[in-house]
Design a protein around this ligand. Structure first.
Ligand code: GLV
Ligand code: MN
Ligand code: MN
Length: 403
């Protein structure tokens, strides 16, 4: 079997590790994530990579002798709800395939290669992303350890249950001076490469994003007896906000804004909604534009709440700023893509990636792989074996160029 075919087969195998029967959902610190990680550990060890888990549960595979400078290569093993099987996983498995190929060809690298499989990028369980890579980058916010998941489990307890150590997170920060850089292969999650008819893309920048939640609090009451004029319906306010968000986003080129989850309490046919919690996600390539959109949305939410006599809690932080990839490393990725016989297309990423966190301690580079229809965060995610082969070939060349 070719390396690419093996990668696709492994993506299929990992898709079986899920929290939910019949669909792929693998959130931080769940048994499904643990099993996926242990399976990846076996593949790494079979490839001659020495593996450990760090204090948050990231898998860290090390190839080469400990004294030399290190290139980090990786992506994440967690998923969104009802996910596709390539977002994150593909980058980890391509890295392992490259290590296998180098070993099979009897080639070694003049530096230490570390393959990282992050335990949380999507942030689905605790409502905040990059838990894994923020530990490696030394920017994990310890206040997040108090966060609770939907079942009331504190993040600190989830870290412990996953074999980690919430008090030891700071100790896993990597020393920038030791690092050559961080490189990540990822499906594009957009339509550009398919439109251009090319398998690979060199990432120039990663857009900033802000995520958070807002809460409208009205008053629960009897659906049959409280007259319409006397209601303080929290879901009515939330619905108005969702359509206002769409309008605000459409007013500016390139802005994308999403309410992806809505929690209605108490949540019964015959009870007026008393409390609604909405997730909010706002992105744009320019940080000032995103900041302005958020300020506008906050004002709109306030006006909606005032007009309906409901309370508003705005729990939306500043988010992550847009980051550029390293020009020097991106040029090496481009050289590797060209040497593999493919046209060089450079493009920015609208999605967030672990590379955003790693950019705080190392120069970063990313290679995108074409995916059918640009579809992602959806079970319809799909890549071809030829494109994965191209990614393995270009990545192997990149690893040799970096040395
Ligand atoms: C990561 O998947 C993101 O939400 O951008
Ligand atoms: Mn994702
Ligand atoms: Mn991803």
């Amino acid at each position: 079997m070719t390396y690419a075919a093996a990668v696709l087969r492994r993506c299929d195998e990992l898709a079986a590790f899920t929290e939910e029967e019949g669909r792929l959902t693998r959130r931080y610190a769940t048994p499904a994530l643990w099993q996926a990680g242990e399976t990846v550990r076996e593949w790494m060890e079979a490839a001659g990579i020495e593996v450990r888990r760090d204090a948050i549960g990231n898998l860290i595979g090390r190839l080469g002798d400990g004294d030399r400078r290190t290139l980090l290569v990786g992506s994440h093993l967690d998923t969104v709800r009802d996910a596709g099987r390539y977002d994150g996983v593909l980058g980890v498995l391509v890295a392992i395939a490259c290590a296998e190929r180098l070993r099979d060809d009897g080639r070694s690298l003049p530096y230490t290669l570390e393959v990282l499989a992050f335990a949380d990028e999507e942030g689905v369980r605790y409502g905040t992303g990059y838990l894994g890579s923020s530990v490696v980058a030394g920017c994990f916010d310890t206040a997040d350890l108090e966060r609770r998941d939907a079942g009331g489990v504190k993040l600190a307890d989830a870290v412990r249950a996953f074999g980690g150590d919430p008090d030891g997170l700071a100790g896993d920060r990597r020393e920038p001076a030791d690092l050559i850089g961080y490189y990540e292969v990822h499906i594009e999650q957009g339509p550009v490469l398919e439109g251009d008819g090319v398998p690979l893309g060199v990432v120039t920048a990663i857009a900033g994003q802000t995520g958070g939640r807002i809460v409208f609090t009205g008053e629960a009451g009897h659906a049959g007896t409280v007259p319409m004029a006397l209601r303080r319906d929290a879901l009515g306010a939330a619905a108005e906000f969702v359509t206002a968000l769409e309008t605000v986003a459409r007013e500016r080129d390139g802005v994308v804004a999403t309410v992806g989850s809505v929690g209605v309490e108490p949540g019964a046919r015959n009870v007026i909604p008393g409390r609604v919690v909405l997730s909010v996600d706002v992105r744009h390539a320019s940080d000032p534009v995103r900041d302005a959109v958020l300020a506008g949305l906050r004002k709109r939410a306030g006006a909606i709440a005032d007009a309906r006599g409901v309370g508003l809690e705005w729990q939306v932080g500043t988010g992550t700023r847009a980051v550029d990839t390293s020009a020097a490393l991106a040029d090496k990725v481009a050289e590797a893509v060209a040497a593999s016989g493919h046209p060089v297309v450079r493009l920015p990423s609208g999605a967030g990636h672990d590379a955003v966190m790693l950019s705080r301690i190392a120069p970063i580079a990313m290679l995108f792989v074409r995916c059918a229809g640009g579809v992602s965060h959806n079970p319809g995610e799909s890549v071809t074996v030829e494109d994965v082969a191209a990614a393995i070939d270009a990545t192997t060349r990149f690893l040799e160029l970096v040395g």
